[in-house]
Write a protein that binds this ligand. Structure first.
Ligand SMILES: Cc1ncc(C[n+]2csc(CCOP(=O)(O)OP(=O)(O)O)c2C)c(N)n1
Ligand SMILES: [Mg+2]
Length: 529
């Protein structure tokens, strides 16, 4: 068989352990579809290019290995940009491969010709167009390696159609991915960091997106255990007001030292300045990326934050630490919710209280279900009201709509675990058609819609900022999204009474189909503490 540039791409992906391509077809990438035959790579064909990138993002966050999206040139590529931003802000390893106008026609107004790398660059770690058919495998290998190294994030490579179709000589195979050793901090900087931690009264460890997941998080847990210093993930755009923090949220402003492990001192942590931190507060920043360091920090360390967490934990062992009481205070507050929540979780009111929906979902999470929480005020209630061992939220991008594609990728990764996507009715509309994808690939995820017939998050902002007489434009219909689900081959449930929640959820899980549980909820403002 004649080998082409497309074969080099597919072989490089397979050699790196990639098994799934999240994709939407187009004529510039059909050579790649063809090259996957017999390669061990499967294509999951979505209904929108952004959904393909959301799936790759979820795969990246769940595995720390790059999720790979494959889309067509021009408009297909442009459809991915917002989803790339989500992956970038969540520090998720993603590789986007986009078909591209042939190099032989560049500058002549080729079909769907545009500077795709320039369009993707602001929301990627790196973006480039491949230039040589024989080196396409190397482009792909480099992109995969870059996406997962340092601060993980999305990487884009545009693949011109003529290079993909070009015959390549011999047996050119991509070299194996180079595994970079983690960058360690010099011993002196480790000591300096420990001295600052020891001298602080209420230090806090704040984690960037990647540091809050998987093996990186485990290294931090050891450090927190030895020193007593509380470590908190900063996964939400609401940052210090993340509803999941519960009654710990008001304590964060008492911190007199922030140890930022891979966390940029950005809006999420209120720029790590007073009044967000105590007036004399100090900052230690540990980041793989030197350009992320801020002048004025008490200490800046350029190294792998997970490796440094390990170094700090090892060096801290056997020393006396006085932070356990503060650590316990934060942990207790994090585990404490407002007293009135207990009644709300049992409430029989109609429309249903969002916390009553949480009460019905929690037993499923306790049995190992994965939670994907998405936008709107309902999303905030769900993040606050549920505890999940594995949870993906739409993240610091503050972008709504990713939950259904993310849930599908989670089910593909964890076929034995139930997967729940919980989202508002407005948010549901962004990628509702991926229910069709879930049905076609037999990936039974359960989507729970908090349906308040409005874009409530924006409605609540209007109420607060402009007043009750000036709410405009944010109404939706109380639509029967369960019926939409049924039309796409999914199972549908509609719930208006609190007592019907549990049986409806049980039927949804037992259906063996993708399911939508459309719950008529009261449109309450998100919780504050
Ligand atoms: C891509 C994107 N578009 C718009 C917004 C602004 N936005 C945030 S929440 C929200 C309302 C979501 O409504 P819904 O999903 O029904 O949840 P609710 O607030 O009603 O519970 C909007 C429009 C956003 N965050 N991201
Ligand atoms: Mg709504």
């Amino acid at each position: 068989m004649t080998r082409t540039g497309a074969h080099l791409v597919v072989e490089a992906l397979a050699a790196a352990g990639v098994r799934h391509l999240f994709s939407l077809s187009g004529n510039q990438i059909l050579s790649l579809y063809d090259a996957t035959l017999g390669s061990g790579l499967s294509i999951l064909h979505t209904r929108h290019e952004a959904a393909a990138v959301h799936m790759a993002d979820a795969w990246g966050r769940l595995t720390e290995e790059p999720g790979v999206a494959l889309v067509t040139a021009g408009p297909g590529h442009c459809n991915t940009i917002s989803a790339l931003y989500g992956a970038q802000m969540a520090e998720s390893p993603v590789v986007l491969l986009s078909g591209h106008a042939p190099t032989g026609q560049l500058g002549r107004g080729a079909f769907q010709e545009m500077d795709q790398a320039a369009i993707a660059a602001p929301v990627c770690k790196a973006a480039w167009m491949a230039k040589d058919a024989a080196r396409l495998g190397e482009d792909v290998t480099a992109a995969l390696e870059l996406a997962r190294s340092g601060r993980p994030g999305p990487v884009h490579v545009s693949l011109p159609g003529d290079l993909l179709e070009a015959k390549v000589a011999g047996d050119e195979r991509a070299r194996a991915p180079r595994v970079e050793p983690p960058g360690l901090a010099p011993a002196g900087e480790v000591e300096r960091a420990l001295a600052l931690l020891a001298a602080a009264r209420r230090p806090l460890i704040l984690l960037g997106g990647a540091m809050a997941r998987g093996p990186r998080r485990a290294a931090v847990a050891r450090l927190a255990e030895v020193t007593g210093v509380p470590a908190l993930p900063m996964e939400s755009p609401r940052g210090f007001d993340d509803p999941w923090l519960h009654l710990a949220a008001p304590l964060l402003a008492q911190a007199d030292l922030l140890l930022l492990l891979g966390k940029k001192p950005d809006f999420v942590v209120r720029f790590a300045q007073p009044p967000a931190v105590a007036a004399a507060g100090r900052v230690i920043q540990v980041d793989a990326d030197a350009t992320a360091l801020r002048a004025g920090a008490a200490l800046g360390i350029v190294a792998d934050p997970a490796a440094v967490a390990d170094q700090l934990a090892t060096a801290a062992r056997g020393r006396a630490w006085a932070h356990h009481a503060w650590g316990d205070e934060v942990a207790r507050a994090r585990a404490t919710t407002p007293v009135e929540w207990a009644a709300a979780r049992r409430s029989g009111q109609a429309p249903i209280h969002p916390l009553r929906v949480c009460a019905a979902l929690q037993p499923h999470l306790d049995r190992g279900a994965i939670l994907i929480a998405d936008g709107g005020e309902f999303g905030q209630w769900v993040q606050a009201g549920l505890e999940a061992e594995t949870r993906l939220i739409n993240g610091p991008a503050g972008s709504i709509g990713s939950a259904i594609p993310m849930a599908i990728a989670a089910k593909l990764r964890h076929p034995d675990r139930p997967v729940i996507a919980a989202l508002g009715d407005g948010t549901f509309g962004f990628h509702a058609f991926e229910l069709d994808t879930a049905a076609r690939y037999r990936l039974p995820v359960v989507t729970v819609i908090g349906n308040d017939a409005r874009w409530n998050a924006e409605h609540q902002l209007q109420l607060r900022h402009y007043g009750a007489g000036r709410t405009v434009g944010c109404e939706l219909a109380p639509s029967r999204y369960d019926q939409l689900a049924a039309a796409l081959g999914a199972h549908g449930e509609h719930v208006e009474r609190a007592d019907d929640l549990e049986p409806a959820l049980d039927r949804a899980f037992r259906s063996g189909l993708p399911a939508v549980v459309n719950v008529a909820i009261e449109g309450l403002p998100a919780p504050t503490y």
